[in-house]
Ligand binder design. Structure first.
Ligand code: NAP
Length: 298
């Protein structure tokens, strides 16, 4: 039996583990995929206080070492259910039951897909959701990035350092990415912009060869020849297994406040899976700290 089980080894979960371990708690983290969560796919972090420039993977590695050195345990497994009990909660993976006095759900969010025919087929064959992971395959090639948020522009900047050209395709004519990122991207000579446009079709059978585009203002269609497509259109919360336990908002995020406390005693949520105005590394780690402090104070 552990003092605390944390579901998710992203930055919120790892920060919660750091605070709990430093407070003398025994901590077990479950992670179903990869350590670090979304930040591990970020090519460059430039806006985390005190860390001028670091890759997401490096950041996640440092944070993971920091918590394991404090004795935090990690299991690579998927939690499928929590059964709250009065004093000890039961946490289930597909083949085992674990017990903990408190649980923090820090399951984050997953990339959103375009929902196009052939998108799944061409994933890994020209279509990607992670520039850091796959960008190197497109050295001196032409790629497109879909989206107008910080992820899309960060990925466009990263790709522009080694691709021949990067075309950012956005469905509106204004961008939600930070001005500093936009300014950097607009000054790169190999980044091109297509606005008010959506992708209608992915072309190519074994491998992506181009995109059919639709301008939503003029209704005109066009084709763009590309070797790679990076889809960066936001994320979907991973809250499903726990939606009967914790209230969910209309977009599927946990409808829980800044204190991270759910209506179920000793169960908390933290990070991008929680409803919030801003999803940043800083807000994820803040949630991890808040949730962990709440555990310590109960
Ligand atoms: P986001 O801010 O939600 O942006 C998603 C973008 O995709 C928006 O421009 C949106 O268009 C577009 N989009 C959504 N669905 C679409 C669809 N079906 N077809 C075409 N376009 C679609 O998501 P994000 O960029 O992944 O960022 C998530 C959070 O992480 C944000 O808070 C962001 O600031 C943060 N982040 C921070 C950093 C950093 O600090 N370095 C890096 C990456 C992410 P509309 O604008 O029209 O809605």
């Amino acid at each position: 039996m552990k003092d605390l089980i944390i579901i998710g080894a992203g930055c919120a979960g790892l920060t919660a583990a750091l605070y709990a371990a430093r407070a003398g708690k025994s901590v077990l983290i479950f992670e179903k995929e990869s350590i670090g969560g979304q930040i591990a796919s970020s090519p460059l972090i430039e806006n985390y206080p005190g860390v001028p420039r670091m890759s997401g993977i490096e950041f996640a590695d440092h944070l993971f070492s920091q918590v394991t050195e404090l004795g935090v345990e990690l299991e690579i497994d998927e939690v499928i259910k929590i059964e709250p009990q009065e004093s000890v909660h039961h946490v289930f993976t597909s083949n085992q039951k674990y017990e903990a006095k408190a649980v923090i759900i820090a399951t984050g969010a997953k990339h959103r897909t375009l929902g196009l025919d052939k998108e799944e087929l061409l994933t890994g064959h020209g279509v990607s959701y992670c520039a850091l992971c796959d960008g190197a395959f497109f050295k001196n090639k032409r790629v497109a990035v879909i989206g107008g948020g910080n992820t899309a522009i960060t990925e466009a900047l990263y790709l522009s350092t080694y691709c021949e050209s990067v075309t950012v395709i956005h469905r509106r004519d204004s961008f939600r990415a930070d001005l500093s990122l936009m300014n950097q991207a607009e000054s790169r000579s190999n980044i091109f912009w297509i606005k008010d446009t959506i992708v209608q079709e992915l072309q190519g059978d074994q491998k992506l060869s181009g995109l059919k585009l639709l301008n939503t203002k003029t209704n005109s269609t066009s084709s763009l020849s590309v070797d790679g497509l990076f889809v960066a259109i936001g994320h979907l919360p991973q809250t499903n297994p726990f939606s009967g336990l914790v209230p969910i908002d209309s977009e599927g995020f946990f409808d829980i406040g800044e204190d991270c406390k759910t209506p179920v005693p000793s169960i908390y949520v933290a990070g991008d899976c929680r409803k919030k105005n801003m999803r940043q590394l800083t807000t994820a780690v803040a949630d991890g700290a808040n949730a962990s402090m709440a555990v310590s104070n109960t």
